[in-house]
Write a protein that binds this ligand. Structure first.
Ligand code: UTP
Length: 292
């Protein structure tokens, strides 16, 4: 069955970016001049997905406005004959349909995804997290769709991560099926390095079968009161085979400060309009002068 819908959970509090995220959504922070959420929406569009479902919460209205038409702005740009910018601001709202669902309280990623049960219905769907920005030739979610189409089962993106960082991720116990494709035998949320079943960490891209909803409904909240997607997937694993795909591309953890800075620098360096000047500026910097 074709993957037509993508879910974007954006109801988290973004505490790692306070105070910036006190009144503005983390997902609207820009890499150069484009908000994080737009990168992942464009990734889904490039993979042929037509319906975008955002799970929002309080204080996230800017996301809805961003993908809507902006009458005053478009009117002003038309008046100034600035067609290039006009096209740019109109492009996304014209391309696909957006749906918004509220998660009243941030009770975890699993809880957020469960909110979409009625809108998704009985079909497989994609999930993309704006915390993970992936630069690749083939959109990462499209790579997962290709694996889904071959095996007809849920597929989760994974990446090799340093042992010392592994305890920040969900980690899979893999059985290799083909190059870069694994059958998941088990998965653990944020294990201590000594207990991690592999160095393959779960990254924020998923193709999920609709049976995930039943699994999430039966999944208890953890100690922090949140329903974790990884725990829902573990339950699903008892009834269905789930695969992992080690995607090709460079992933940036834009949900933490250092990862966000790295992404900003590298995306700016890749930009045809900025890259050259920015590279010269970076070369001229005497970085040691900034250390006190
Ligand atoms: P994170 O825990 O990484 O994001 O959730 P966060 O909660 O926004 O950020 P920190 O950790 O407090 O800094 C991963 C993704 O799941 C969404 C988040 O918006 C993020 O995209 N999420 C998380 C929800 O939509 N609802 C939740 O209850 C929790």
């Amino acid at each position: 069955m074709k993957i037509k819908k993508a879910v974007f959970p954006v109801a988290g509090l973004g505490t790692r970016f306070l105070p910036a995220t006190k009144a503005s959504p983390k997902e609207m922070m820009p890499l150069v001049d484009k908000p994080l959420i737009q990168y992942v929406v464009e990734e889904a569009i490039d993979a042929g997905i037509e319906e975008m479902i955002m799970i929002t919460g309080r204080g996230k209205n800017a996301i809805e406005d961003h993908f809507d038409i902006s009458f005053e702005l478009e009117h002003t740009l038309k008046g100034k004959n600035n067609n290039k910018l006009l096209e740019e601001v109109q492009r996304i709202s014209n391309l696909v349909d957006f749906w918004y669902i509220r998660q009243k309280e941030p009770l975890g990623l699993g809880h957020a995804i469960l909110r979409t049960k009625d809108l998704i219905g009985d079909e497989p769907f994609a999930v993309l997290l704006g915390d993970d920005i992936i630069h690749s030739n083939v959109p990462a979610i499209k790579q997962l769709i290709q694996v889904y189409e071959k095996y007809n089962a849920s597929v989760i993106a994974v990446e090799k991560v340093d042992k010392k960082e592994i305890s920040s991720y969900g980690v899979i116990a893999p059985k290799e099926i083909e190059d870069r494709v694994y059958q998941i035998m088990d998965m653990v949320e944020k294990p201590p390095p000594s207990e991690a079943p592999s160095d393959l960490a779960i990254i924020g891209r998923y193709i999920l079968t609709p049976q995930i909803f039943e699994a999430l409904e039966k999944t208890d909240a953890d100690k922090s009161g949140e329903i974790q997607l990884t725990n829902g997937l573990r339950r699903l694993l008892k009834h269905q085979v789930i695969y992992a795909h080690q995607f090709e591309g460079k992933r940036y953890d834009a949900g933490n400060k250092l990862g966000f800075l790295k992404a900003t620098v590298e995306f700016a360096l890749r930009r045809p309009d900025l890259g050259k000047d920015f590279r010269e500026y970076l070369r001229s910097l005497r970085v040691d002068e900034f250390m006190s």
